[in-house]
Design a protein around this ligand. Structure first.
Ligand code: FES
Length: 174
């Protein structure tokens, strides 16, 4: 994946060229772009539209229909909360209220410090251990409010730890 604030138009062109002739090419192209860039850059929409002989409005319509697709870079960490039935029966509704209050964001939004992007997801294949969430690539089960708070602290502490180590290192060098 590239730097969060940038995107690589050559990579996007490659994704489009490799998939544009396959049946139902639009969704695979959008997935491919998000997988390589972290989001679907608005400026890539005309490129997709040209390749598929569709209008930019049609491409925008599909992107906005599927909440999976982001049109801006995500935060440092992507948190997904399972909203499917088995996790709801195990308390995911209460958990999601806690998470939104704690992070002060709703779904499809990123915290002001760019640390966390919050997204809903519908089943992570971890139903017996709900409520389940995914933190970046890792699935975490039996998440309580306290466990979530610890997790956020841990992720934030790791970032701060790296920052303080870096500042110590630069102080030593100067
Ligand atoms: S219902 Fe939440 S992991 Fe399956």
């Amino acid at each position: 994946m590239t730097n969060r604030a940038q995107w690589n138009s050559q990579q996007v062109e490659q994704v489009i060229a490799s998939l544009k002739n396959s049946p139902g090419a639009l969704l695979p192209i959008l997935h491919g772009i998000q997988d390589t860039q972290g989001f679907v850059p608005p400026d890539s929409v005309p490129m997709i539209a040209d390749a598929l002989n569709q209008t930019s409005a049609e491409i925008h319509g599909v992107i906005s229909f599927y909440h999976h697709f982001r049109t801006s870079p995500s935060g440092q960490n992507v948190l997904q909360i399972c909203r499917a039935e088995a996790c709801q029966a195990r308390g995911s509704r209460e958990l999601e209220e806690h998470v939104k209050t704690k992070l002060r964001v709703d779904y499809h939004a990123t915290t002001l410090d760019q640390e966390f992007t919050l997204e809903p997801v519908y089943c992570l294949g971890n139903c017996a251990c709900g409520p389940s969430i995914r933190v970046n690539d890792e699935i975490v089960g039996r998440v309580t409010n306290d466990k979530f708070d610890d997790l956020v602290d841990e992720l934030t502490t790791v970032e701060l730890g790296i920052m303080s180590l870096n500042s110590v290192a630069s102080e030593k060098q100067s």
